[in-house]
Structures are given as structure tokens and as C-alpha cells.
Design a protein around this ligand. Structure first.
Ligand code: SF4
Ligand code: SF4
Length: 309
């Protein structure tokens, strides 16, 4: 009889205990988060960083990097550290791309002369095509926006059209010519324009100038390095990170001897095209995004605050 009571008690316990556990969890704060409306907190509250003097790496989330431009010397040690990991870092300069027309060219263009108009249209075509062509390539070009011809300005004897709105980042000026303006130069040569690479007094060794001429019309295509005027980085040479390759190992942070590189808790880096995964030095220098997504409505906001699911 005693054994029978014990068995009944055990059976009842097996039924009631899970019910009580379930009931208890109804009143507990859930451990899951309502992503993307809620974010997992960075446990340390700090970026992953390395102190080269103390030889200590401080724990923190290894999300996208932050680059402190005021500390980076352009030493390339982060790039070297990454070379055997993912080759995700590219050391780059910032460039301006301008095309200057002589008076005769400008007046012909204003009059709607075929040769001058085709010349300008070919530049625009080349820029548009090259950006599309490189959009899905394994080595993306740095995305940037082009200005239109209406921004042309008179500079002395010439009329200057600055093509880029933002600095164009790449490892050398020839690469910019090849990637964005190669089609245009090919077209110009085939149309009988003389294309001559010229030396300009006082130019930086990274700069490149092409003089294009036909009859009395002449234009100078110039790719000139932007001098950020930083005493500690005289070459204005910075790392860019390709997040299509980065494995977030943090070796580059460990290799930086100047406290210029850290990893933040920004982990939402997905993009719909390859180009957006390449972070230029300027983009890396920006603060990480920590705001909730824009689509969060006021009801979800209240729910999130109350943790009511
Ligand atoms: S964290 Fe990314 S960029 Fe840095 S070394 Fe690792 S793979 Fe390269
Ligand atoms: S981030 Fe650091 S390691 Fe990389 S180039 Fe700048 S100073 Fe050198």
C-alpha cells in the first residue's frame, strides 16, 4: 500500500513539477531579445582594443573597425598583419579627379559642337559603366559619387570640372584612371585625340596628369592626391577595410602600434552590393551605428521598453 502511495506521489510530482516550471517562466524576464528592435549589449561596454605598450589586448566586441585618423601614421602594419589572414585591408590615398578645358574647348562645348559634347558624354559613360562593371567584382572599387558638368568653374585660363564629390580612395592614381576612365581614354584615342602623360611642376609623385588635345581644343585630366596635412601621416596614407573578406579576427588591431585601430560593437554590416562592403578611411573613422532601426514603430518601442512579448 505504501509503495502504491509513493508511486502515485511520484507520478503526480512528474506531472506538476514541469507545469510549475512553465508557470514560473511566464513571470520571468525572457532571455531572448527582440532583434532587430533590441540589441545584445556589449558585455564589456568597450571596443576590442590592444595596448601595445602594456602588451595587453582588452576584451570587447569584434565588430566593424574604427580608425582614429588623428593617430594613424600610415605605417601599414595592420595591412601586413591581415595579408596572411584575409587580405581585407588595402592601404589607400584619397584623390581628387578633375578635368580642365581650355577656353576654345569650353566655348565649343557651350555652342554644342559635336566633338566637345561627345568628349564630355564619353567621360560620363566611362564613369557610369566602370562603377557598374566593378559592382560585383572580387575587389570592389570604392564607391563614390560623381558631380555633373554644371559644377564647372573658371580657374584662370581654364575651366575646371571636379568630377568627384567625395575623395576617391585607391592605392595609386593609375588605378583610378584604369578603373574609371580607361574606357574614356580608349575612346578619345580612337577618335583622334592626342593623349600625352605630362609632368607638372610641384606635383606629388602619386599624381597623374593626361593632356588630351585635338585641333585647338585641349583638356587636362588630373588625378591628384589629397594632402590631409597631418604631421604624423605626411603621406596621407590610410587603411580601408573590405568587409567582404574580413573574418573579424582582430589581428590588425593587435598589430597597430599607435592605438589607431579598434573594433566596435557594430555588427550589422550586410549590404546588397559588393561595393558597400568596402569601408574607406573616412567611413571607418565615423562613429559606429547604435540606433534602433528606423522602422521601429511607437507600439514596438513601448513593448521594447516594457519587455512585453
Ligand atoms: S580583423 Fe579583418 S581586417 Fe583585421 S586582420 Fe582580421 S581579417 Fe584582416
Ligand atoms: S591603423 Fe595603425 S597599423 Fe594601420 S596604418 Fe594606421 S597606424 Fe599603422
Amino acid at each position: 500500500m505504501v509503495e502504491e502511495y509513493a508511486m502515485v506521489a511520484q507520478t503526480l510530482s512528474r506531472i506538476v513539477t514541469p507545469l510549475l516550471v512553465g508557470l514560473k517562466h511566464l513571470f520571468m524576464t525572457p532571455v531572448t531579445v527582440k532583434y532587430p528592435y533590441e540589441r545584445v549589449e556589449n558585455v564589456t561596454g568597450e571596443n576590442f582594443r590592444y595596448d601595445p605598450k602594456a602588451g595587453i589586448a582588452y576584451p570587447g566586441y569584434k565588430g566593424r573597425h574604427i580608425l582614429y585618423l588623428d593617430k594613424c601614421t600610415g605605417c601599414s602594419l595592420c595591412d601586413i598583419a591581415c595579408q596572411n589572414i584575409a587580405e581585407a585591408i588595402i592601404m589607400v590615398y584619397g584623390f581628387n579627379v578633375t578635368i580642365s578645358f581650355n577656353k576654345e574647348f569650353y566655348e565649343m562645348f557651350k555652342k554644342g559642337d559635336g566633338a566637345a559634347v561627345n568628349f564630355v558624354e564619353s567621360i560620363v559613360d566611362s564613369l557610369v559603366k566602370s562603377t557598374d562593371k566593378k559592382r560585383y567584382s572580387s575587389h570592389p572599387v570604392v564607391p563614390f559619387a560623381w558631380s555633373d558638368i554644371r559644377t564647372i568653374q573658371q580657374k584662370g585660363e581654364m575651366y575646371e570640372w571636379k568630377l568627384n564629390l567625395e575623395p576617391v580612395y585607391d592605392y595609386r592614381s593609375e588605378a583610378i584612371i584604369e578603373k574609371y576612365l580607361g574606357d574614356f581614354l580608349g575612346w578619345a584615342r580612337s577618335e583622334g585625340w592626342d593623349d600625352e602623360v605630362i609632368e607638372v611642376e610641384g606635383a606629388d609623385k602619386e599624381d597623374e596628369y593626361h593632356r588630351l588635345s585635338k585641333g585647338g581644343m585641349a583638356a587636362i585630366l588630373a588625378v591628384t592626391k589629397i594632402d590631409e596635412k597631418l604631421a604624423h601621416n605626411k603621406k596621407s596614407y590610410f587603411p580601408a577595410v573590405d568587409y567582404g573578406r574580413c573574418v573579424f579576427c582582430g589581428f590588425c588591431v593587435d598589430a597597430c602600434p599607435f592605438y589607431a585601430l579598434e573594433m566596435t560593437s557594430e555588427y550589422e554590416l550586410s549590404a546588397t552590393d559588393r561595393m558597400s562592403l568596402l569601408y574607406t578611411p573616412r567611413k571607418l573613422a565615423g562613429p559606429p551605428k547604435t540606433q534602433p532601426p528606423a522602422e521601429l514603430g511607437w507600439i514596438e518601442r513601448i513593448q521594447t521598453i516594457l519587455r512585453w512579448r
